[in-house]
Design a binder for this molecule. Sequence first.
Ligand SMILES: [Fe+2]
Ligand SMILES: [Fe+2]
Length: 276
Amino acid sequence: MPNAALSKTPGDLAFEARNRRFDLREPLAGDWHGGHAFQTAFFNALSLSFPSGEKFFVDSVKHYLPRIDDPKLKSDAAVFVQQEFIHRREHQRYNEVFAEARGFDLEKLEALYIREIQRAKKEPPIVQLAATVVLEHITAMFAAGSMRNSRWMDGAHPAMADLWHWHAIEETEHKSVAYDVYLAIGGERKMLRQVMRIIRMRFPYHVFLSICQMRRMEGKPVLSLSFWREGYAFLFGRDGIIREVATDFRLFYRDDFHPWMLDNRELLQKTIAMQR
Ligand SMILES: [Fe+2]
Ligand SMILES: [Fe+2]
């Protein structure tokens, strides 16, 4: 069945992949987030999940592209693939550099996420695409939060803030691509909510495991009160980032949800301008 005009990315949002390369050798050798061990470990753990995760996203969208007729959605998807490819390349390098600089066993750190992807790959393609939609929403909601609140990167090394803002910009630009493909091929909203219920538990759990693994590899105590207190304040405190994204998170459960329901084009343009 033809599926014309199914891209819901705003028509005035022209976007393309930026072929950026980042030299992060110096900051990644230490606690680049203002000397804060938890905050650094938290973002490093996210970075560890990206190379395998972003390949999974691309594969799950590509699987359905032959069924998409809408030229706009097809071209949005092509940019999505390019953007994720470059994110993957830069985060792979990020991970290699920081593992080497800090003496971490990268294979072991990556294995945690690779195993999750292998499990997901056993599911039918539509469930894999639903998982991609869910994770793209989670990514987009953190991207939006990081653009709204400069304090998320307060004290961070400028090169690191630059990398995370670049990633946030592109995640925002392509935030509805997987979702639009999912609806175009007849995916049900109910399945998205079911998959969200699983991923909202499993993803944070894996980030937590990753942080513990890194602590152990560095010979630092996992049960450090000051470390976890800092983590609690950063995530759940009064200005915590989890509180900050809670409203965007809940949008996902609405029957009429669409990623561009949160129209943050203005903020996006401001962040792009700041990067220049
Ligand atoms: Fe990405
Ligand atoms: Fe993405």
